[in-house]
Design a protein around this ligand. Structure first.
Ligand SMILES: O=C(O)c1ccc(O)c(O)c1
Ligand SMILES: [Mg+2]
Length: 630
């Protein structure tokens, strides 16, 4: 599989873009003309520079407003094309993209358009060049790949072919099966892009909101299935116009792009087994069974505070690491770990961020397969020396440079707690307050990182993302999206902060990076759990009394039940077939906290409607310590 990306897709100076594209492992690059024009080197030097980076120029684009012009414009467009052919020969690329004409003076008529392309084909042939025709979704006469194909067919020239772009086809909801009957050798290149579902003007949507396949809501997989069914085995090229990417990190966006193509091609080959896609074999997406452990890095004093907090949550210390200054805390099926080592990864994380979650352990079917899949999807594999008595547990880098370890039941990894830890305490209080498991982890990040991490989770693991919801913080919006498996045994919520004055943004700023901001534990009886927690010294986050008047009215709650919630500081939500209860801890440090939830019936959400009121209560706690009021 040959991969490519258009230079418009990422930020940076021309050379930075090329370096990022090469580093991310693409085979080629589409030169978007303006990126070249703004760069002050000769086309020959630019071509050599690109090849020196190991990249080929897969396409030169776009050539606009060519076909169907009346005279005298028609003669001018051919002259213009000859000039661009000169440039292409200097650059060293043989393929030009002509996008469908949007000019108000252009004349329609499929045979007129075909005749213009035939003549352009003759001119291109003289130079050993080729031209591909792409229907822009907003083209004046041609805005559908089926019509563009008819023009190409009638042009009847070996050097005139079709260019397909998933955005233009899918944005207009054109039936992708119409692609299946196009001969593969007439498709000169395939451009891929996704986009979030918005109801907006096509041109605006395309120029500002495209994103990587798998990052949006369009059925790009169906599109590529249809393309693959033709036998097309040429270049798959990303062409992503996105305002956020234009200001993002070139490296990270380029890696996201390459990851998205690998993920997409892997899915297509599983869905269309007859199709041959030249991509190394890899395990299918990995089913995450649940969150096995969460590890905190802390120094001596802060570890004490953390331990005190764990006790108020009903946890008991149950194990001491055989060779490291690491303690295991348990309750129900939950494992929390405090790492006070003065060297190694946890210590570096502590130096950088202060007390933080430095490591997440996921339970999977097969840890080795998980690493293999992650490696193919360009994740950074994490390795550090294995200490005496320790297992070598497979791991990768996750959000904010944190570590994600994988445990399975297939190997000795299943016994990690017995092998690496000596029991301490008498196990008394292990079921302290009735917390059973980790319901979800909430990771806070910059808004710009949301797409990156959603793609990371959904491409490696068999998970899906929920629609993004807005959470209102007094200082700005925070976007929230969950990643979860079908059974609900694995759930991560991602909160993207638009600025540093929000509660979430403050957490990122003060901890120097994106990380887990809260852990939600499940209880089967939140009222009973609360009583037990209070006995352990837990002090719930106090929720505004006004909130309870509203939910009583909104859900038609029995006033006594509403009073019970109010007295308990328990938040409430309801969906068609389920209910949700939430109790919050005070905040720790710069905004870390714990949550206790109870799901009744088939409640699938996260209480998004309550988030605003929880945040307001938390800000009241942070403010005395200097959080800005606005
Ligand atoms: O927005 C545009 O003009 C434009 C140009 C070239 C393309 O390949 C495309 O898909 C869109
Ligand atoms: Mg395009």
């Amino acid at each position: 599989m040959k991969t490519s990306i258009a230079t418009v897709s990422i930020s940076g100076e021309f050379q930075e873009k090329l370096a990022a594209i090469a580093a991310a492992g693409f085979d080629g690059v589409e030169i978007f003309e303006n990126d070249f024009l703004a760069f002050d080197e000769s086309p020959r030097d630019v071509g050599n520079m690109i090849r020196d980076k190991g990249l080929e120029i897969t396409l030169f684009q776009p050539f606009r407003d060519f076909e169907g012009m009346p005279e005298p414009q028609r003669a001018r467009t051919f002259d213009r094309a000859e000039r661009k052919f000169d440039l292409m020969q200097e650059l060293g690329t043989d393929l030009m993209l002509v996008c469908s004409n949007v000019s108000p003076v252009s004349l329609g008529g499929i045979d007129r358009l075909a005749a213009d392309f035939h003549e352009l084909g003759e001119r291109a042939a003289r130079r050993g060049l080729r031209v591909g025709y792409e229907a822009l979704a907003w083209g004046r006469h041609i805005n559908d790949h089926r019509d563009a194909w008819e023009v190409v067919r009638r042009a009847d020239h070996p050097d005139i072919g079709l260019i397909l772009d998933s955005f233009h086809t899918l944005a207009r909801r054109i039936d992708v099966d119409s692609i299946r009957s196009i001969p593969a050798d007439r498709i000169f290149i395939v451009q891929l892009a996704d986009a979030p579902k918005f109801d907006m003007d096509l041109l605006h949507w395309s120029r500002h909101y495209r994103n990587m396949p798998g990052e949006g809501d369009l059925p790009v997989t169906d599109f590529l299935r249809a393309v693959a069914a033709t036998g097309y085995a040429g270049v798959l090229s990303l062409e992503i116009f996105n305002d956020q990417f234009r200001g993002g990190s070139p490296r990270s966006i380029a890696v996201d792009g390459h990851r998205s193509l690998i993920y997409l091609a892997d899915r297509v080959r599983r869905l269309e087994p007859d199709v041959k896609i030249d991509l190394p074999a890899m395990p299918d997406r990995i089913e995450p069974k649940g969150i096995e452990f969460v590890e905190f890095a802390a120094n001596e004093a802060e570890a004490e505070e953390l331990a005190a907090m764990f006790r108020t949550l009903g946890f008991a210390p149950t194990g001491k690491h055989v060779s490291k200054d690491v303690t295991l805390w348990q309750q129900g099926g939950i494992h929390l770990v405090i790492n006070k080592e003065r060297e190694g990864f946890a210590h570096s994380a502590y130096i950088l961020h202060g007390t933080c979650v430095c490591d997440i352990g996921l339970k999977v079917e097969d840890a080795a397969a998980t690493i293999e899949r992650a490696r193919h999807l360009l994740a950074d594999i994490f390795e550090q020396p294995v200490g005496p008595g320790e297992l070598s547990i497979p791991a990768i880098r996750g959000l904010g440079g944190g570590i994600m370890h994988f445990i399975d039941d297939k190997t000795d990894l299943a016994r990690v707690w017995d092998i690496e830890f000596q029991p301490i305490g008498d196990g008394e209080g292990r079921n302290g307050a009735g917390l059973t498991r980790i319901d979800h982890l909430a990771q806070t990040m910059d808004y710009e990182e949301l797409l990156t991490w959603a793609l990371f989770y959904t491409s490696i693991f068999r998970t899906a993302k929920t629609p993004m919801v807005d959470v209102v913080d007094p200082a700005g919006l925070v976007r929230s999206q969950a990643i979860e498996n079908a059974s609900g045994s694995f759930r991560i919520t991602m909160n993207g902060a638009e600025n540093q004055r929000t509660f979430a943004g403050h957490f990122i700023a003060e901890n120097f990076g994106s990380a887990v901001q809260h852990i939600a534990f499940a209880s089967d009886d939140i009222f009973l759990t609360r009583e037990k927690l209070i006995a352990c010294g837990f002090r719930p986050l106090q929720i505004s009394a006004n909130y309870y008047d509203d939910i009583e009215a909104r859900f038609g709650l029995d006033p006594e039940f509403a009073d019970r919630l109010r007295e308990a500081d328990i938040l409430y939500d309801r969906e068609e077939d389920g209910e949700y209860f939430q109790l919050y801890s005070p905040i720790y440090g710069e905004g870390f906290f714990f949550e206790i939830v109870e799901r009744r019936g088939n409640y699938r959400g996260y209480g998004a409607a309550n988030a605003q009121f929880r945040i307001a209560a938390q800000r009241r706690l942070l403010r005395p310590k200097g959080m800005p009021k606005k």
